[in-house]
Write a protein that binds this ligand. Structure first.
Ligand SMILES: NC(=O)c1ccc[n+]([C@@H]2O[C@H](COP(=O)([O-])OP(=O)(O)OC[C@H]3O[C@@H](n4cnc5c(N)ncnc54)[C@H](OP(=O)(O)O)[C@@H]3O)[C@@H](O)[C@H]2O)c1
Length: 356
């Protein structure tokens, strides 16, 4: 039986779901995979608990329950305050350790780098380290012990497909993707004739957006995903090289949130006109990430209704690769691009693959 110590950064929604999934599947992993996972460290920004024998099921449940009901977990009663993730790797790391990054922070980079230097592996759902300087992307992924499937399209295996094309020395001509469930929801609603302002408010009510929806409407999150696909293809580029067309006009970008929301209806007529123009050409509006001719662009596009991208509905994510080996019918991956359980399952799968 192979022993696999896990060090988990982040006790948010995905982190808690992941810990629960490992608890539920421990027997199966032992019987089927001959892998015995034990969580030797778990932390958030406030604190950390470490136990090289593995945190008890009771401890894991106590942390999860405290976090889930919004109470801060009293880390200091059980462990330590934490302001140094690399120190946790240093203290808790053992042969065969896997460091799991389910934060949304670049503060994990030194710890991930240390872990890989020590010969450990790492799995992440966190886009931020992979969309900083190219050199950091190269250092992390160049190890060959770094799983990052969930950073793009959640658990839809877009990174695995991209890596497969690279391994086969396929020539990728264009990649087109709808990589935001939130913006997919808006585009589907616009096509159904709903006003942009009402759709944004509905997306906020459903919890699809950040508290300030301009973070989603600005397109930077999609740009990060496009950059990760581009870099996985071997392109050398920085986030600043991705051309991003925000759905928020500059005059509304810096207003206080309440004023922005009050002025949202001013945008309705413009979006309705774009929908009408697209419809006249048998096209539909999509918020598209596109890689073509060495350039990465992100923004609203009218795409032919008859394509896979044109048929997409609701929150689903989709990526279409047009390549030498997929010239007419592209390689298309599509599926639910959000959801905490699916995201945790994507990281879970990366961890098991690394352990094996
Ligand atoms: N939710 C989804 O459906 C989904 C899908 C795909 C990918 N992802 C990605 O998965 C990651 C986690 O998402 P989430 O929804 O779980 O977020 P979340 O609920 O906001 O949780 C983030 C966790 O990371 C911790 N954290 C942040 N900075 C840290 C630091 N410097 N050191 C230690 N811990 C730190 C936070 O601790 P504090 O509470 O102390 O701040 C919190 O426990 C994100 O990168 C997200 O983009 C999420």
């Amino acid at each position: 039986m192979k022993q696999v110590p896990l060090i988990i950064f982040g006790a948010g929604k995905v982190g808690r779901a992941l810990v629960r999934q490992f608890a539920e599947s421990a027997d199966l992993h032992r019987d089927r995979d001959r892998l015995n996972f034990r969580i030797v460290a778990w932390c958030d920004r406030e604190g950390a608990v470490v136990d090289e024998d593995g945190l008890s099921a009771e401890m894991l449940t106590t942390i999860t329950a405290a976090m889930a009901d919004g109470t801060a977990f009293p880390w200091s009663e059980y462990g330590n305050e934490q302001d140094d993730l690399a120190a946790i790797v240093d203290v808790a790391g053992l042969d065969g350790s896997i460091v799991v990054d389910v934060t949304a922070s670049d503060a994990t980079v030194p710890a991930l780098t240390l872990a890989l230097r020590r010969g450990y592996s790492a799995a992440t759902a966190n886009k931020i380290p992979l969309t900083g300087p190219q050199a950091i992307f190269d250092r992390l992924t160049g190890s060959g012990r770094f799983g990052y499937e969930t950073t793009v399209g959640s658990a839809v295996p877009i990174i695995a497909a991209t890596q497969g094309l690279v391994r086969a020395v396929d020539r990728v001509d264009t990649v087109q993707g709808a990589l935001s469930g939130t913006l997919g929801f808006l585009c589907t609603g616009l096509q159904a004739g709903q006003p942009f302002s009402a759709l944004v408010e509905e997306a906020m009510r459903r919890g699809y957006t950040e508290p300030d929806p301009r973070i989603d409407l600005g397109g930077v999150d999609v740009a990060r995903k496009a950059l990760i696909i581009a870099r996985t293809l071997g392109w050398k580029m920085e986030l600043a090289d991705v051309t991003v067309a925000s759905l928020v006009p500059p005059e509304l970008a810096d207003l206080p949130l309440a004023y922005f929301l009050a002025r949202l209806p001013e945008l309705d007529a413009g979006f309705a006109a774009q929908v009408a123009e697209a419809t006249g050409q048998d096209k539909v509006l999509r918020y598209v990430a596109e890689l073509r001719d060495g350039k990465a662009t992100v923004g609203l596009q009218a795409v032919p209704r008859a394509t896979a991208l044109g048929q997409l509905q609701g929150n689903d994510n989709l990526v279409a690769f047009h390549t030498r080996y997929y010239p007419d019918t592209p390689l298309v991956l599509q599926g639910r691009g959000a959801g905490v359980e699916a995201a945790a399952a994507g990281v879970h799968a990366d961890i098991v693959a690394l352990a094996k």
